[in-house]
Design a binder for this molecule. Sequence first.
Ligand code: HEC
Ligand code: HEC
Length: 499
Amino acid sequence: MHFAGVLENWLPAALLILALHASGQAPRVWNERDLAEWATPIAAIGVRPGHFSEQEYYASPEDNYRTYPVYHPDREPKGYWQWLQKQKPKPLVDARKMRAQKDWIAAGRNAFIMLDDPSFRTADPAEIARARDKANFDKVFLTKQGTIIDNVWVVTEQGVMLSGTACLGCHVRIDLNGGFTPAAPGTPYPEGIETIGPQTPSLLRNLFAILFPGDTFGEANARSFHVPWDPDPRVDSIKSMADQEIGRLITGDGFTTFARFNGSPWYMTKIPDLQNIRYSRYIDASATHRLRGPGDIARYGALVVGADSMDFGPHRILTDAQRRVTFHYADAVLHAIATYLWSLEPPQNPHPPPAALVKEGQAVFANQGCPQCHPPPNYTSGKLTPALGWTPPADHPNREDIVPISVGTDPGLALKTRKGTGFYKVPSLRGLWYRPALLHDGSVASLEEMFDIKRLSKNHMPGGWKAPGVDSRAIEGHPFGLGLSASDKAALLAFLRTL
Ligand code: HEC
Ligand code: HEC
């Protein structure tokens, strides 16, 4: 195709995108064209997960409400509560006010921090009173402003309601000075501190009651992990567990990991860094969906907050009463969040190791063959590696991205769950210096541990997530860089800490 031809084909699309932005319109998030080949087939059954149709999705009520911080009762600005009562519902993201990309990014950052999940909302005066009683704030993390990060107030047509944050509850890094970084990987709880808001456990029960009508809390949790083609009796046992026990099971240890719907508390997923998301070509550790651009992040946001039909070929997870879209966020909200996440860069290490050592480490990185999968500048090839024991079929729809080498890490998540695509994606190493949990399950807690051959021994005590009821176990796989001399290892780690 000659140059003019390229222009002809390309220009109208580019102009359309510019026009959409200029007029403050967001692209249609849930559309059949982009959904069709988005999800990766499940390895065990060879089918792509189904999805709600575009029509089902947009038939649900649209949600776009501005939220307000919940303060520690002693830190609430004077008159705040009275002022809040007088507020009228306002949009969280107002598309008409967006002029340029930077407006979407700023609105997206605010939305990522402040977005609430409507299924959390309650107007119950007793719950609201508890969220304003300082006795319930003992261990709760407070920002410098004296606000908490897990609960928010939202003003709807029903007045002021208590709610919970939709993204920030998990995707945040906190520091003890009251600072927090949205979209950074999850934080190990410092001694005696929690990010859980005073009312989160009860809000979570509201949410499960809305998403899974007819189920007890235990049944709903078991349903969110149940694999009909390969049932796990341990998942069944969740049905009769106490709520607190379920809470511990799904958060793992502290807040670096979380068992999401379709995953499993026994095959954990770590809370990933979203500041390097645009270097990936797939979403999730097991590459459940393609990442073709910000639109796929917006769709993923919709999927994980209530628009997951949970159909897998002939297998249906939800009852007829449960299988419906209860709401959808305005496209502008999800587009703003996706534009923001896509704009992020992992911050540079403020305390880089000595330059000479880093240079040595760069050479070790190269001669150990790391760039084959983690090539600069993004330090990921964006490719898929098959889980131990699985061979993808030759006609796999993602075949162009498959490297035929298994890194041999625990295959459970990739083979035994509803996130079981059969693959682990090659993660980006950008931002490794502040990453608190390594490997898909967050079992490794430091680079020292990652490159210590002793982690292969069954007497090893994982520094990060340990499966429930497990103290010591081998962390197998990813054998690269395990045979290094002490000095080469020190150099490699120094280099990795500059990425
Ligand atoms: C309850 C905790 C929790 C909440 C709330 C949550 N996430 Fe996540 N998120 C996770 C975990 C855990 C993963 C990793 C899942 C996996 O690897 O399978 C993840 C993965 C992601 C990814 C893919 C990252 C990657 O590297 O592939 C994106 C994007 C994302 N979340 C965005 C969001 C957005 C946007 C929201 C709010 C609408 C949100 N998340 C709410 C825990 C959460
Ligand atoms: C054949 C491809 C391949 C090669 C070669 C390779 N890696 Fe990896 N690497 C992966 C995959 C895949 C994962 C994720 C595995 C998982 O999550 O179970 C990973 C994970 C990692 C992680 C953990 C990152 C995280 O957030 O979980 C680090 C650190 C890492 N690799 C560094 C290296 C270094 C250093 C080398 C060379 C000594 C190397 N890798 C060689 C494919 C590779």
